[in-house]
Write a protein that binds this ligand. Structure first.
Ligand code: HAM
Length: 426
């Protein structure tokens, strides 16, 4: 019986792991510089956390959740995103009694039942931040800055940052009425999905990729032209601080995002190098009412998440390389030719591994010729051959497999030289 991994999931190994590690390392370091600390929440939650948090009428809740019943018939859902889980954790653990704003980051798998394609998976990893407890526009800018800086640190150059303001519950209600007033008379020109969105999730029509819908939407009123005074002031301050930081952005009046929790600022970072619908590398926004809706105090919040696989896909497509992990890239194979040398070989291997040299030994003794051939086939750079003679003299012979040069060292007195010869990174 040959099994395949479930549709929309993948196994990761080899080079891909180096990219994943690098991304996690760079983000964690940057988050700590921006004074964020890590939070780990469960991979599944009670279904209401997402249905109430993200919004009953959102596409994610309607179509994309992996929901199941446990043995006690409780409805649980694999998390489709991190924000609702983090909010649940903030409220449950009363994390808001600490200094505000609370700045948290997370890295982990999310699950969405979407139609898989390049850059769109059913299990994918998000790296995200949530900052709770300030309604200052400065924190929106700081979060956007962090997102921007992360991609800059990863080596990206041609990214576009879209920003919009979708108002607060007060001004949005008025606006949505106005929008529906304009769309209802032309509903025949809208696709079935957009017709279904009308009245339930009207703003999401702006996400539609269907040409005729896009034509209609060109001429309708936009939310950012109908903001209340407070929302407009907020937006102007966010972008003026982005100007101070020299961060380029485009005010995209059609930008809406798929979560009901957003208020005011929303943003997305897009790569013009990806020619597909899956070109959003990350996105986020402000959510001022979610913590209260989860039973906590009124804590305005803002955050973002990026998709790890999509980011790596693009890095590889653009030829962005990741540096070595700090372990020497040169690999050394220690060939033990005599069972009585076992302790000596382990002493050598212990020392080399403690000093960051990637090495291994032959656990089964064959002939020297066979072992060297094996070392070559497995891509080792150096071999160290230990036999009775070397053990007696307490020496080691190192052979470079590229040019077959060979040197002998005294084990007790020449450890530094040995490390250098083997290509230590220290
Ligand atoms: P989102 O835009 O749904 O936002 O997801 C953020 C990123 O996750 C996307 O830009 C994309 O790179 C990646 N992503 C989403 N779905 C998939 C998928 N099926 N396969 C591969 N990658 C995917 C959120 O999830 C919000 N919780 C972000 C946020 C945090 N807003 C406020 N705080």
């Amino acid at each position: 019986m040959i099994y395949n991994s479930p549709r929309g999931t993948e196994d990761y190994f080899g080079e891909e792991i180096r990219y994943r590690d690098f991304l996690a390392e760079v983000s964690k370091k940057l988050f700590k510089i921006f004074n964020y600390s890590e939070i780990i929440t469960p991979h599944f939650e009670h279904t209401e956390v997402f249905s109430r948090g993200i919004g009953e009428n959102s596409e994610i809740v309607q179509k994309e959740m992996f929901t199941f019943f446990d043995k006690k018939n409780r409805s649980l859902t694999l998390r489709p995103e991190g924000t609702a889980s983090v909010v649940r954790a903030i409220v449950e653990n009363k994390l808001y009694s600490e200094n505000l704003p609370l700045k948290l980051f997370y890295i982990g798998s999310m699950f969405r039942y979407e139609r898989p394609q390049k850059g769109r998976m059913r299990e994918f990893c998000q790296i995200g931040v949530e900052s709770a407890g300030s309604d200052s526009p400065a924190i929106d800018t700081e979060v956007i800055w962090l997102l921007y800086e992360l991609f800059r640190k990863l080596g990206f150059k041609n990214l576009t940052l879209y920003i919009n303001n979708i108002g607060c519950p007060e001004c949005r209600v008025e606006y949505v009425k106005m929008l529906e007033g304009q769309l209802l008379p032309v509903k025949d020109r809208l696709c079935d999905d957009c017709n279904a969105r009308l009245g339930k999730n009207t703003l999401r029509v702006f996400d539609c990729k269907v040409k005729t819908c896009r034509e209609v939407l060109k001429d309708v009123v936009k939310i950012s032209d109908n903001l209340c005074k407070k929302c407009l002031k907020h937006f102007n301050e966010v972008v003026s601080l982005l100007d101070v930081l020299g961060i380029d952005y485009i005010h995209n009046k059609n930008l809406v995002r798929g979560f009901d929790y957003y208020t005011r600022t929303i943003f997305e970072i897009i790569s013009s190098d990806i020619d597909s619908a899956q070109n959003a590398l990350g996105g986020g926004g402000r959510y001022d009412n979610l913590i209260k809706e989860f039973g906590g105090p009124e804590l305005s919040s803002v955050g973002f998440a990026i998709g790890l696989e999509r980011t790596i896909l693009l890095m590889r497509q653009l030829g962005i390389k990741v540096p070595d992990s700090g372990v020497s890239s040169d690999k050394t194979y220690i060939i033990n030719m005599d069972p009585s040398c076992g302790r000596y070989v382990f002493e050598i291997m212990g020392y080399l591994r403690n000093h960051g040299i990637c090495c291994d030994i032959n656990f089964n003794i064959k002939s020297v010729g066979k072992e060297i051939k094996l070392a070559q086939d497995k891509g080792y750079d150096n071999v160290i051959i230990i036999g009775e003679d070397e053990y007696r003299k307490k020496s080691i012979k190192i052979k470079k497999l590229k040019n077959y040069s060979q040197e002998e060292f005294d084990w007790e007195s020449e450890k530094e030289k040995i490390l250098n010869f083997l290509g230590s990174m220290e």
